[in-house]
Design a protein around this ligand. Sequence first.
Ligand SMILES: [Zn+2]
Length: 319
Amino acid sequence: MHLLSALIFPLCFPVGPAASADTVRTPPFVARELAKGVFVVPGDTGRGSEGRPNAGFIVTRQGVIVIDALASPRQGEALLRTIRGVTRQPVRWLVLTHHHPDHHFGAVVFRRAGAKVVAHPDTRVLASEGGQEALVADWVRVVGLDAMRGFELADAPDRPVTGTDTLRLGGRTIVVAAAGGGHSAGDLTVWLPGERVLFAGDLLIEDGITMVVDGSAAALGRALTRIDSLVPRVVVPGHGAIPADPAALVGRTRTYISGLVGDMRAAVERGVPMRRALSSLPPPDEDRPVSLNSRRRRNAARVYVEEERSYMGLEDSLP
Ligand SMILES: [Zn+2]
């Protein structure tokens, strides 16, 4: 509950020697133009959900709309410098595709630059079992204390989106839509109907193995159907290479999740315990919670529970 109440929840970190903040400035990233004025800032490729996510920005006559803020204030600053290399227009909006730290924790930089945050109000993933502070402490371990210098949690959107919201700026139309909770409760997609470009967040990952641990397989299935129905020319997945054929990546994701649902449903119906249902999968990688093996294993456990609940009539399921 308290997650939604604070406008910005400031967290204080000990500050090291002043020199380190200046000397370890992350250089700007590379921006690639997908359509006139529509840019992707590609993250890491070949690493699935690990590594830096993709981000994007749209330049209009009246300002810039940024999609995702990356993993820390340091990365957010580098993203802002990347945008400044393309345009001096002010950043008006920051759209967060969801609230996972690697897409969200650079948001303070854009807030300070004057941007309003557009996001789903459901920020459940920002609370780990140990609460917000434990989640942030975990993240400090991942990206380093220096990268998190100045961090504030931007967990209350200026413009909350729970359905479909159309942003109009400088002659551009940008449709932000709640995606139904396939990857996380706060999933949004960003669709440019004029350019037919879709920023899908982590509903799509380059290798097709999207995480449903904080979402659900049934909701992911519905989100994939919606993405297909848009017939995008370009889709930007949350992580990894932009596919040459958007429909192929959607199809690969659907094949994976439907196959997993089928396997887990059959196991539940035969009374096979979860442990045995998961025994054909390689074990998760310790200390790599979103490696390929970890994603497959964690998804299987999540889908097994979904199917068990659906079998008992408690939860919907992928048809
Ligand atoms: Zn995510």
